[in-house]
Design a protein around this ligand. Structure first.
Ligand code: 5GP
Length: 211
């Protein structure tokens, strides 16, 4: 499989059960960063728009036909069917940002994350967990956007998803939002100090030139 993993920007993949708070954490991560340093990828989906969601901001909401056409054009970095709807990460936009040195955050499900890992093994994979199943149920119920049936399905899925935790590099438990946001920010900061494969050459070139 083709590897796209050659860009100066860093790719952060954030997954976790619905209701774990990944959306809020990602939003804060972007809002609190300097403009143009880190951006959230906007996914494409065939699911119905929820109250308050905005096309082009929350998601690009498209028909099943358009989505399938984009798959056939190879337009996704990954795509997956989640709870009966299609979701996908538009490839071109993400790669363009990474090549400009901008970090990109993908807030995607585990199936998608595993596919991204195949084409982007240097991505940084972060799993967000709720502190407990009862708190997760409370959060999902309180959101008021899903039926009881959907909530039960999402809770059952959570246990299933946990079995993939070892595929991830970091796990952050979202009990207290500020602490969880700070932990994810700390991961971003640490990853920018990581010794990577081509760092020796980059540093040698720079320091030799300056010597
Ligand atoms: P929701 O319908 O609640 O917005 O999202 C349902 C699930 O789909 C969440 O776990 C979310 O992370 C995931 N999701 C959102 N966008 C994408 C995407 O582009 N690709 C994949 N694989 N999953 C996504």
């Amino acid at each position: 499989m083709a590897s796209y993993d050659k860009h100066p920007g860093k790719l952060f993949i954030i997954s976790g059960p619905s209701g774990a708070g990944k959306g809020t954490i990602c939003k804060r991560l972007i809002e609190d960063s300097d403009a143009g340093k880190i951006e959230l990828s906007i996914s494409m989906t065939t699911r119905e728009k929820r109250v308050g969601e905005v096309d082009g901001k929350s998601y690009y909401f498209v028909s099943k036909e358009s989505f399938i056409e984009k798959i056939s054009e190879g337009g996704f970095l990954e795509h997956a069917e989640v709870y009966g709807n299609y979701y996908g990460t538009p490839k071109e936009k993400v790669l363009a940002k990474l090549s400009e040195g901008i970090d990109v955050v993908l807030e995607i499900d585990i199936q998608g994350a595993l596919k991204v890992k195949e084409v982007y093994p240097n991505g940084i994979f972060i799993f967000i967990l709720p502190p407990s199943m009862s708190i997760l149920r409370k959060r999902l119920t309180g959101r008021g956007t899903d039926s009881m049936e959907t909530i039960d399905m999402r809770l059952a899925q959570t246990l299933d998803e946990l079995s993939y935790i070892e595929e991830y590099d970091y796990v952050v438990v979202n009990g207290e939002l500020e602490e969880a946001v700070n932990r994810v920010k700390a991961v971003v900061t640490a990853e920018h100090s990581r010794v990577t494969k081509n760092i020796k050459k980059l540093l040698m070139d720079k320091y030799k030139e300056e010597a």
